[in-house]
Design a protein around this ligand. Sequence first.
Ligand SMILES: Cc1cc2nc3c(=O)[nH]c(=O)nc-3n(C[C@H](O)[C@H](O)[C@H](O)COP(=O)(O)O)c2cc1C
Length: 195
Amino acid sequence: MQKPAITKVGINEVIAKRWSPRAFDPEFMLTSEIIDSLFEAARWAPSCFGDQPWKFILFNKEDATSFSKALNCLSVGNQDWAMDASVLVLVCANKNFQHNGAPNRFNQYDTGAASENICLQASYMNLSAHQMGGFDSEKARDIAAIPSNVDILSFIAVGKMLEEKKISALQMEREITPRKRKPLEEVYNINTWKK
Ligand SMILES: Cc1cc2nc3c(=O)[nH]c(=O)nc-3n(C[C@H](O)[C@H](O)[C@H](O)COP(=O)(O)O)c2cc1C
């Protein structure tokens, strides 16, 4: 199932193709090569001072015990569909620069860019990624032993979208909601904040 971005002008195909589905194929597993491609894409994101503040913790459904611990951190609404993803990725960011230990106020900015690279790489490989803010970050900190000098930002579910004919009516209801965006005119101003 495709839900390409409706754009006023042409944009990069992979950006147009990426969207956040909830109907994943529960049988599909990622190969180690696919997993490496996702994090290779993240690795090449830009970052302030080239600090690369991100760290991703992978929970693979092949390891059912660890996957279910990660799944349990999610809100009930997210668990409902993310259980069918192949992997759950916990997105973390170091709060301090590595070169001098000073607070890095760009850690979340940089890690967001790296996360989007994961989502785009998934799309490029005909997979899907769905980011989530609905989870208990202290539970996640606990299960993955994340130290206090690290921000916990999101989870990303990655997997293969379920074939359209296998999508239940209930799932389909969620999948067909139109993708909404502000009009292009509201996205940027010229020279000033004021219109
Ligand atoms: C930081 C962040 C948190 C999100 N949290 C959730 C979430 O908890 N549950 C969910 O179903 N989707 C979540 N989403 C997905 C957004 O709802 C989705 O990206 C947005 O509606 C745009 O749709 P699109 O990705 O299909 O273009 C989140 C996305 C981001 C970037």
